[in-house]
Write a protein that binds this ligand. Structure first.
Ligand code: 4LM
Length: 411
């Protein structure tokens, strides 16, 4: 609940909620900034009170693996921003995904996942969960008929899982359509909203049951922490927090990281605007350069799902995928020639980062899997940061020009 504006919370804007929701300085000695509760355990007033806390008959804190007040504030803010009833803060994006799956799935259950996912998410489903008797089927979620068929083929279907925009090639999935197909098949729909953040889209409002995040990326926003979150109904979130496996897997977010993500959230909306504005300009620059054979960016009219992107997302975001004439070799030469843009995986930081998915974030897909699922070996992924866009454009242009000139000499 928003203590400062209890009755008006639903009307308040995203930044206002990211800055104020759930915190009243009067309750913390007037401290403007919420304190960090660096404690691993909590004292019980009496032995009986401790037992009551364990039985759930009394509200309060027990032990830091399950709950911490700094995490609780972060959870309240994330739930508010995503339009969910509750959220669970976890140690990383993979912690969010694994704790959710260990809670919701049992041996013999089936899941249907989109074929384009972050490499380790793909590996967790196809190489991890399958070892524990979960049936994992891949489908193309951009093709609703094929998806409906895949869903109908499973008799113990529990959930569908996808990213939109998807890592690394920014394919967009129609959340309302897929969630409704999942619902008809009796399955939950779970969306990884890491690339878009709650500023650009709110999957729960489009019918999804749970949203997961790598808070390591835009939510934290400064490349200085790992974190994750799951958001949805109170019933599902409490199931994941309690009986389920966040407490048992130990994927707990540290209070310090919860504090840093809270700090990041305050500027999330302004950062996403800047990321999107700069990425649009850089995507246009890439599209006009003779060395670039293909650019994928949801804000370009040439983007194959431009209409869907316009309908589903408030802004196109900060990630661009592109390919160069000359394939992997040209791509590597381009990356090596950059002076300001940093060669690194991860995304959503102040620094602009470039990486080569086939040999880096998506090396968990075999060459054959990448080919079958449409992840080109030549693809480069750029996470546009917060630097002055003119400087970024100059760096990218000089690297493209250099590789283009060397290639022409060689040809
Ligand atoms: C990367 N990504 O792409 P943690 N969901 C999505 C992601 O992109 C990631 C995770 C979950 C990258 C990391 C090196 C859509 C990660 C996993 O890294 O466990 O917080 O999130 O560059």
């Amino acid at each position: 609940m928003d203590k400062r504006q209890p009755s008006r919370n639903a009307e308040l804007g995203l930044s206002t909620r990211a800055i104020h929701h759930g915190y009243d300085p009067a309750e913390e000695h007037g401290a403007l900034t919420p304190p960090i509760f660096m404690t691993s355990t909590y004292a019980f007033e009496t032995a009986e009170a401790g037992s009551e806390l364990f039985r759930g008959e009394r509200a309060g804190y027990i032990y830091g693996r399950t709950r911490n007040p700094t995490q609780a504030l972060l959870e309240a803010r994330l739930a508010s921003l995503e339009g969910g009833e509750a959220a669970l803060a976890v140690a990383s994006g993979m912690g969010a995904i694994s704790a959710t799956m260990w809670t919701l799935l049992s041996a013999g259950d089936s899941v249907v996942i989109d074929r384009i996912l972050y490499g380790n998410t793909f590996a967790f489903f196809t190489k991890g969960l399958t070892r524990f008797g979960v049936n994992v089927r891949l489908a193309d979620f951009t093709d609703p008929d094929a998806l409906a068929q895949a869903l109908a083929a499973e008799d113990r279907l529990k959930l569908v899982y996808f990213e939109t925009p998807a890592n690394p090639n920014l394919r967009i999935i129609d959340v309302a359509r897929v969630s409704s197909l999942a619902k008809s098949a009796g399955a939950l729909s779970i969306v990884d909203n890491t690339f878009a953040t709650p500023i650009l889209q709110n999957p729960l409002k489009l019918g999804a049951d749970l949203v997961v995040h790598s808070a390591t990326k835009y939510l934290g926003g400064h490349g200085d922490l790992l974190g994750g979150a799951v958001v949805g109904s109170s019933a599902l979130i409490e199931q994941i927090r309690g009986t389920g496996l966040r407490a048992l897997t130990g994927a707990t977010l540290s209070p310090l990281n919860a504090f840093l993500i809270l700090r990041g959230l305050k500027t999330l909306e302004v950062r996403m605007e800047r990321h999107s504005r700069s990425a649009q300009q850089i995507a246009e620059l890439l599209g006009s350069h003779p060395l670039v054979s293909h650019v994928t960016y949801p804000g370009l009219k040439s983007f194959p799902q431009y209409e869907l992107a316009q309908r589903q997302m408030r802004q196109p975001g900060g990630l661009i995928a592109f390919e160069l004439e000359g394939g992997v070799e040209a791509g590597m030469a381009f990356m090596n020639r950059l002076e300001l843009v940093v060669r690194a995986v991860s995304l959503g930081d102040a620094e602009t980062l470039v990486q080569h998915p086939a040999s880096m974030t998506h090396a968990t897909y075999s060459a054959d899997e990448r080919k079958r699922h449409g992840i080109s070996d030549s693809l480069l992924r750029l996470s546009v940061g917060l630097e002055n866009v003119e400087d970024l454009m100059a760096d990218i242009a000089q690297a493209l020009d250099h590789v283009h000139a060397s290639k022409r000499q060689a040809d």
